[in-house]
Design a protein around this ligand. Structure first.
Ligand SMILES: Cc1cc2nc3c(=O)[nH]c(=O)nc-3n(C[C@H](O)[C@H](O)[C@H](O)COP(=O)(O)OP(=O)(O)OC[C@H]3O[C@@H](n4cnc5c(N)ncnc54)[C@H](O)[C@@H]3O)c2cc1C
Length: 313
């Protein structure tokens, strides 16, 4: 990796970051992608609902994306970014391994972590038979015995949605307390069983989940679970810059405009780190948009600098 100033540093080499990098590389921008190599969907063997890539492994898509971006001159550095400092005309990016680089612009595309409910056995088949997105994996478990384990009222939407994929649906509602009678009536009207006891364990075999065990010892045979983790955006490296944030049903995230621009004039963000409910296609679109927006801002700045230099002559 060279040490001179980059036009753009992209933090995160997932679907969003690589799309931004490709747009920047194709715009002849000196672009560095710094990536820790842990995309959110790495637990799943295959991706779905990604047009042209249905059934592809997440790793294969990113390997292709990397080589495409590299073919336009984008460079890569494997590692974690620890902090970002505002130097005025540039940003200073410091990595955990001590490497420091400087950039005119930054795209944050670092995704989120899913902190799963702490139920023994639940995490074992995450991405295979413990799932969160019906559009990504609902087809694979259609008609199966599915349990929905919501951790907050917003998680109930999984129960309503999944009735489209199976008639054998149970909602484990303990974390929600007493259900609103209207919601309960809607669920029961479509044959959805409601279990209000706490779940003490998820039972698994090598192939997947087999049953839920409740605190009273009841066993519910199941084939798959849908739940949602607490989402943790990977944006700690920008903490010193006090970017504007917005609170929503899934937590608090850095605010961006439709092109991905944050409240800082040199920082854009795309993908799950600012839009946690979105999947791979939306992350790719947001990254491509942010890449184009960064290039446009740099084009403007290049003209401003040229005009200023011209006046000085
Ligand atoms: C189990 C599971 C299965 C899924 N299946 C599907 C599916 O089938 N279809 C679909 O469309 N969507 C699926 N998704 C959603 C999909 O994972 C996300 O929409 C997508 O990964 C978002 O892309 P992203 O680029 O925003 O973030 P990510 O793909 O998470 O990439 C972020 C990258 O940034 C890196 N990073 C983080 N912090 C730092 C740092 N400090 N410094 C440097 N690098 C850093 C990470 O290591 C990672 O490589 C699934 C999600 C899960 C949890």
């Amino acid at each position: 990796m060279e040490t001179t100033k980059w036009d753009a540093v992209v933090i995160g080499g997932g679907a969003a970051g690589l799309s931004a990098a490709q747009a920047l590389g194709r715009s002849l921008r000196r672009t560095l992608v710094i990536d820790a190599g842990q995309p959110r969907n790495r637990f799943a063997a295959q991706m779905h609902n990604v047009l042209g890539h249905d059934g592809t492994s997440p790793g294969a898509l990113l390997a292709t994306g990397r080589s495409e971006a590299a073919s336009y001159g984008v460079e890569f550095h494997d590692g974690f970014v620890a902090s970002v400092r505002d130097l005025g005309q540039t940003l200073e990016v410091t990595m955990e391994d001590g490497t420091v680089c400087e950039a005119r612009s930054l795209v944050l595309a670092t995704g989120v972590s899913d902190d799963l409910p702490e139920i023994p056995g639940l995490a074992q088949h995450w991405g295979a038979r413990v799932l969160h997105c019906p559009y990504c994996h609902g087809w694979e478990v259609r008609g199966a015995r599915i349990a929905v384990v919501p951790r907050s009222p917003v998680g109930l939407h999984q129960a309503f949605l999944l009735r489209q994929w199976t008639e054998q649906l149970v909602v484990c509602s303990e974390a929600l307390g007493t259900l609103d009678p209207i919601i309960e009536a809607r669920l029961r009207a479509r044959g959805i069983e409601i279990v209000d006891e706490a779940i003490s364990e998820v039972r698994n075999d090598d192939l997947g989940v087999t049953a839920l065990r409740t605190v009273s010892g009841r066993e519910l045979p199941i084939d798959a679970i849908f739940t949602a983790g607490t989402l943790r955006p990977h944006d700690h490296m920008l903490a010193g810059l006090t970017l504007a944030r917005s609170a929503g049903p899934l937590g608090e995230f850095i605010t961006v405009d439709p092109a991905g621009r944050t409240s800082h004039p040199r920082i854009w963000a795309a993908g799950n780190v600012v839009s946690p409910a979105t999947a791979v296609p939306q992350a790719m679109a947001a990254g491509a948009m942010a890449g184009a927006a960064v290039n446009f801002a740099l084009v403007e700045e290049d003209f401003d600098l040229a005009v200023a230099a011209h006046k000085e002559q």
